[in-house]
Each structure stands twice: as C-alpha cells, then as structure tokens.
Design a protein around this ligand. Structure first.
Ligand SMILES: NC(=O)c1ccc[n+]([C@@H]2O[C@H](COP(=O)([O-])OP(=O)(O)OC[C@H]3O[C@@H](n4cnc5c(N)ncnc54)[C@H](OP(=O)(O)O)[C@@H]3O)[C@@H](O)[C@H]2O)c1
Length: 260
C-alpha cells in the first residue's frame, strides 16, 4: 500500500474519515473531499498525525465542474489515482404516507448517484489509459430491496449498485476494477437520529472501514458486512417472494411506529 494514491469523497465525517485514517497508516497518499471545509481540514490534520499526507479539496460532489476541478488538482499534485473510493452520501427517511416529494429524491440522487457518476466520468479515461485502477463505490444493504420509509435512499443505493455492476462488466479485462461496498448500519452522523433498536448489528466506523479496505484490497465484486446481517438481507430478504416481503417489512414498520 505505501505510495498508493487514493481519493476518498465525503471524508469530513463517519466512514470516509475513518477510511482516510486507516489508509494513511498504511502509507497511502490521499485526496479527500467534503463540503465542510473546517471538518475537512481537521481530517487532513488527523491524517498528518497518523503519519500520512492528504490533499484537502473542499467542494460538492453534486457539481460536475467542481469534480473536474478537484480531479485536475489531484493530477497536478499526485499525478493520478490508483483507487477512487466514492463514499459521499446522504440519507432521507420518511413514510410515503406522510411525505412523498420529488425534491427529496432529487437531492438524494444528486449526491448518492450523480456524485459517483461525475467522479467515474472524471477518473475513468486516465485509468483506462493506464490499464489500472480501482473504483470502489460505497452503496448499502439498503440497495438490495425497497426498504420501508426509505424510498429515496434505498432506491438511490439500488441505482448505485446497478451502475457499478454494469461498469464492472463493461470494464472486464481493461485493467480497471470495480468494487461495490454494501455496509449495514454504522454509527455515524448519518444514523445519529435513528433509534439503536432500529439498527440491528450496528457497527463502529473503525470496523466498517477495516472491512471495506480488506474487500477493496481483495478486489471482491461485492463486499457486504456485518455478517450475518448483510448476508441475511442479501441472500434471504432479497430473494423473498413479494407477498412475504410486504408482510414482514410492513409489520416491522408498524411495530417501530407504535414504539415511537
Ligand atoms: N451509516 C450507515 O449506517 C451507512 C450504511 C450503509 C452505507 N452507508 C454509506 O456510507 C457513506 C458514508 O456515510 P456515513 O455513514 O459515514 O455518514 P456521514 O458521517 O454523514 O458522512 C457522509 C459524508 O459524505 C459527505 N457528503 C455528503 N453530501 C456531500 C456532497 N454533496 N458533496 C460532498 N460530500 C458530501 C459528507 O461531507 P460534508 O457534509 O462535509 O459535505 C460526509 O463527509 C454514505 O454513502 C452512506 O450512504 C452508511
């Protein structure tokens, strides 16, 4: 890993920040993005304390011009990228009975789907020319099935999984590899408003980053964790017939609403 050039989008908090710290300890040269400039500088300082170095690029993954500017800065400073970890994401939770808004879908898709798409558009030509590179997208087990109260988030992650899978097949034999990372619940700012009882098998960002990095190093097609939760969603819930899934999922939602 020493000297490997790695982009991590959304490194101001949570999983992205932890990925930065762990990869810095392995000697990677990092490019980090996020909108909150102070928090980005704080992550870069933590990376320095961990013995690494980071190029801090404040900005928004929803803006394709900003993504192009960031990639130009990376090429100037680092000469290119070996890994692009597309991690920046947001969530939105509400029942369609209470609120169904195209604006929510637009905001979530712009970050969770178009953000990675803009970055892939930027980095892919150089990776293809070099015949090497890894594009790793942080999706979610929420993308395996349409989860209740999560229409925008769940469908955005399903779109990301399908986008990355299609890319992986297209790039087969090109030297550029694609890894889809599907975590379960992680204790981060994204989940801080949710009740612990609604997040089975909740894990800390340190453990999530370790699993994600191991999966990317092994070039696994899909990395999902924590076991057995992610395996149950991927192999059992995803394959459940619709009539059964509707009952199980809506019963769980009713139980949660009664408790709240
Ligand atoms: N936490 C979970 O349970 C869980 C489970 C499965 C998957 N994931 C996925 O893991 C990824 C990281 O989330 P997290 O849990 O670590 O949450 P988090 O602590 O809220 O981190 C999200 C990161 O994304 C960045 N971000 C959001 N919108 C952005 C934008 N428009 N432009 C640039 N950066 C943006 C945030 O930075 P700024 O706000 O500074 O821009 C922040 O650094 C997300 O893709 C999420 O969907 C999380």
């Amino acid at each position: 890993m020493p000297g490997r050039r790695v982009l991590i989008t959304g490194a101001t908090s949570g999983l992205g920040r932890e990925l930065a710290l762990q990869l810095a300890r392995e000697g990677c040269r990092l490019a980090l993005t996020g909108r909150r400039e102070e928090r980005l500088k704080e992550t870069a300082r933590a990376v320095s304390s961990a013995g690494g170095a980071a190029l801090a690029l404040a900005g928004d993954v929803r803006d394709p011009a900003c993504v192009q500017r960031h990639y130009a800065a990376i090429k100037k400073e680092l000469g290119g990228l070996d890994w692009a970890i597309l991690n920046a994401g947001i969530s939105k939770s509400s029942s369609a009975r209470d609120r169904f808004s195209s604006e929510d879908f637009r905001r979530v898709y712009e970050t969770n789907v178009f953000g990675p798409v803009y970055w892939i558009e930027a980095v892919l030509p150089d990776m293809l020319a070099a015949r090497s590179g890894v594009i790793a997208g942080i999706a979610s087990v929420a993308g395996f099935r349409g989860l209740p109260r999560s229409g925008a988030y769940s469908s955005s992650k399903a779109a990301l999984i399908a986008t990355l899978e299609s890319l992986r097949v297209d790039l087969r034999g090109s030297g550029v590899e694609v890894v889809i990372v599907c975590p379960g619940f992680i204790r981060t700012e994204l989940t801080e408003k949710w009740k612990p009882e609604d997040m089975p098998f909740l894990i800390e960002p340190e453990a999530a980053a370790r699993k994600a990095i191991a999966g990317i190093k092994a070039r696994r097609r899909i990395v999902h964790f924590p076991w057995p939760f992610s395996a149950a969603v991927k192999y059992v819930v995803r394959n459940m017939p619709g009539f059964l899934y509707d009952r199980v999922a809506s019963r769980a939602t009713r139980r949660r609403l009664k408790q709240s």
